[in-house]
Ligand binder design. Structure first.
Ligand SMILES: [Mg+2]
Length: 488
């Protein structure tokens, strides 16, 4: 039996027996990276491009810190800031470069209703982690060495985007992966059998990746070749292979398919496409409308598995009604931690309900006091009884006592939440939460993915005909009932 971290979670009921085709993204979905190594490589290669473009050589001493940036954050390139927001887009934590913003600074910039945080850049792919890490390092450098880089934060950010794209495109990063795949890629031994079980159950598999042909061929040869006798080549697993698909444009535009010449004297050469999509052949570009026409698949017969909310999930589900599964790699670690602290969460919730009761008490004391004060002011001085004054004093004392208990309670709630968050990440807390609210990232996961899990091979724990049922589309009043019967 699998543990929590092997679970597939359900946002929207999905019956696998009605799924005819399962599509996969490649990077961080079918093949996972050794992220610390890969991001450090991207950081270094991009930094080298800065130096080539004439930036100060001492930038080479900037170090990649794999622990600071997490997915789900937002970059504000104009101000040089990085933020975490909850699902109401309320900014809960903010840094300028590597310096935390005070509560007041944070509120005056972000939470007074004048800025739209939707204009900021979401750190929603793993590839974006090294990019944002490098950005905050550069902002920090610019602040500490004024005048050395005579550009705005926003200009530097634009150049960073360009340099990082170039490093991915010109082979600076890929050549290192080709040289030493085990340093950068994870070989998941369960992948071949997981895919084979789906094929045996009558489902067609397809690959839909933005990566280009040569890199795709390398990555999947590494992950799948020569594992199973019936599938000697990775291409044998997939009914349709689509590379360079330019998602999300694959779902929004009408770009044509091309056939990629894989055996030709010049591999990678493109040929105009006509006819049908054939197994064993490789296609580039294309679009979802044409794909469905050519394969006869309806939107809800397709399950697409990817790790990028924006590129893989939002449009495939929203525009084509594909069913979706989001890979959230971080869940593996976060679930282990949640398991460790589940009792703490109950404690925090108990403290919060105590605070509510106390709050009500204080309100009622204030009402009583107001009533007595009204009485005493309307009563003539001579008629004021010592009893009235005594009662008034008593109420004041009671109120003061209750208010000091409330202060202590607030402190311990804040402390417990902070401790809880520290368990996950000392700066940003839990990926799916901002304080006790759902994070913006969590809100997107809930809204756009039918299923989510930490890795593709978690499918191996479930029947290929499994009906995943969503039980937890709950309103606050229903949570009480669930809590009574299930541990959190
Ligand atoms: Mg991906």
């Amino acid at each position: 039996m699998h543990t929590q971290d092997g679970k597939i979670f359900v946002n929207r009921t999905l019956d696998l027996s009605s799924i005819k085709a399962v599509g996969f993204d490649l990077d961080h979905t079918l093949v996972r990276y050794r992220r610390e190594n890969f991001e450090a490589l991207a950081f270094k290669k991009t930094l080298e491009k800065f130096i080539e473009a004439g930036y100060p050589e001492e930038l080479l001493s900037l170090k990649f810190d794999p622990t600071f940036v997490i997915r789900g954050l937002l970059v504000d390139p104009v101000r040089g800031n990085i933020l975490k927001a909850d699902r109401y887009k309320y900014v809960k934590i903010a840094f300028h470069g590597k310096t935390p913003l005070s509560r007041e600074e944070r509120h005056s910039i972000y939470n007074n209703g004048t800025l739209k945080i939707s204009n900021f850049i979401s750190v929603d792919t793993f590839f974006a982690l090294s990019e944002s890490q490098l950005f905050i390092e550069l902002v920090d450098y610019m602040d500490k060495h004024p005048g050395k880089i005579q550009k705005s934060y926003n200009e530097v950010y634009k150049e960073l985007r360009y340099f990082i794209d170039t490093s991915h495109k010109d082979g600076s990063i890929k050549s290192q992966v080709y040289k030493s795949p085990d340093t950068y890629l994870i070989r998941d031994p369960d992948l071949p059998l997981t895919l084979r079980r789906m094929i045996d159950s009558g489902k067609k598999l397809f690959l839909l990746t933005n990566s280009e042909w040569t890199y795709t061929d390398f990555m999947l040869s590494f992950a799948l070749n020569d594992h199973l006798d019936e599938f000697p080549s990775w291409k044998d697993y997939f009914s349709y292979i689509m590379v360079g698909s330019g998602k999300p444009d694959f779902f929004t535009n009408r770009q044509p398919f091309f056939e990629v010449m894989t055996e030709a004297s010049e591999p990678g050469l493109l040929k105009m496409f006509s006819g049908t999509l054939e197994q064993g052949k490789v296609y580039l570009g294309g679009n979802a409308t044409y794909f469905q026409e050519l394969t006869g698949l309806k939107g809800d017969e397709i399950l697409y598995v990817g790790d990028h909310i924006f590129g893989d999930i939002i449009n495939s589900k929203g525009l084509f009604n594909w069913r979706t599964m989001l890979i959230v790699e971080e869940l593996e670690e976060e679930l282990k931690k949640l398991e460790q602290i589940k009792d703490d969460l109950h404690q925090v919730l108990e403290l919060i309900s105590k605070r509510e009761a106390l709050d009500e008490n204080i309100q009622s004391l204030r009402n009583q006091l107001q009533f007595i004060l009204k009485q005493t002011t309307s009563t003539k001085k001579s008629e004021k009884t010592s009893k009235m004054e005594e009662e008034q004093d008593k109420l004041y004392d009671k109120l003061a006592l209750q208010e000091s208990i409330l202060d202590q309670l607030n402190d311990s709630i804040d402390r417990s939440i902070k401790e809880r968050e520290n368990m996950f990440h000392p700066v940003w807390g839990e990926l799916m939460k901002a304080g006790l609210e759902k994070s913006k990232f969590a809100q997107q996961v809930k809204e756009y993915s039918c299923l989510y899990t930490s890795k593709v091979t978690n499918f191996r724990y479930y029947s290929p005909f499994k009906k995943f049922i969503s039980l937890y589309d709950t309103l606050p009043h229903e949570v009480l009932l669930i809590k009574a019967s299930t541990p959190i």
